[in-house]
Design a protein around this ligand. Structure first.
Ligand SMILES: [Zn+2]
Ligand SMILES: [Zn+2]
Length: 193
């Protein structure tokens, strides 16, 4: 499962104090979370994920700066049309050794860490995992509610017409089937009994 993503594991042996450039082009299914998204039909990645970043060591930490981009096809939550959403995120990553992060779990050190850098990404072993970091950034950049455009008029809830393309006239006729049904009801005369 993780085979394809192994490209995105960067050995810290390669990194020194000088910034080193890395470029990757990976299919979406190299990212478990994105693959899962496709499987659930929540989005379809139209192009490979492009990642360009520089990495370097800063003391005990590793800093990554760059960008990750792709294009994802989403379905509009109002009109149900498919549309292309450009995902383009800045990467500003700081990796810290997991042991250093968790060793002293006293409240003080946790607070200090949080204040110092809220986005410290823990790593263990000799590799930095860009996969996790990138898919997390993508998830945050995806709209909570996908809309093809801000003012999408959606579908008519009575006849289903796409209101971006046509006017169905239901609104003018003011036909709310629910109320019409109620108006037609004969009130049973069982109160008098
Ligand atoms: Zn729409
Ligand atoms: Zn209608």
């Amino acid at each position: 499962m993780r085979k394809a993503a192994s490209e995105l594991l960067i050995s810290i042996q390669l990194l020194g104090e000088e910034k080193k450039s890395f470029s990757f082009q990976e299919p979406a299914n190299a990212f478990p979370v994105l693959a899962e998204m496709e499987k659930r039909g929540e989005g379809f990645f139209l192009s490979p994920i492009e990642i360009h970043l520089t990495l370097c060591r800063v003391g005990d930490l590793y800093r990554g700066e760059g960008r990750a981009a792709t294009q994802v096809e989403l379905q509009c939550g109002r009109c149900l049309e498919k549309f292309v959403f450009p995902l383009d995120v800045d990467l500003s990553l700081t990796f810290g050794r997991f042991s250093a992060v968790s060793e002293d779990s006293s409240e003080v050190s946790e607070r200090e860490l949080a204040e110092e850098d809220v986005s410290l990404i823990p790593f263990a072993g000799e590799e930095l995992d860009l996969c996790e970091a990138v898919q997390e950034q993508f998830l945050m950049a995806l709209p909570v509610r996908a809309l093809c455009r801000g003012d999408c008029r959606g579908l008519c809830s009575y006849c289903g017409a796409d209101l971006n393309r046509e006017t169905c006239g239901c609104a003018e006729k003011d036909v709310n089937p629910k109320w019409r049904a109620l108006a037609g009801l004969k009130i049973e005369d069982n109160i008098k009994k």
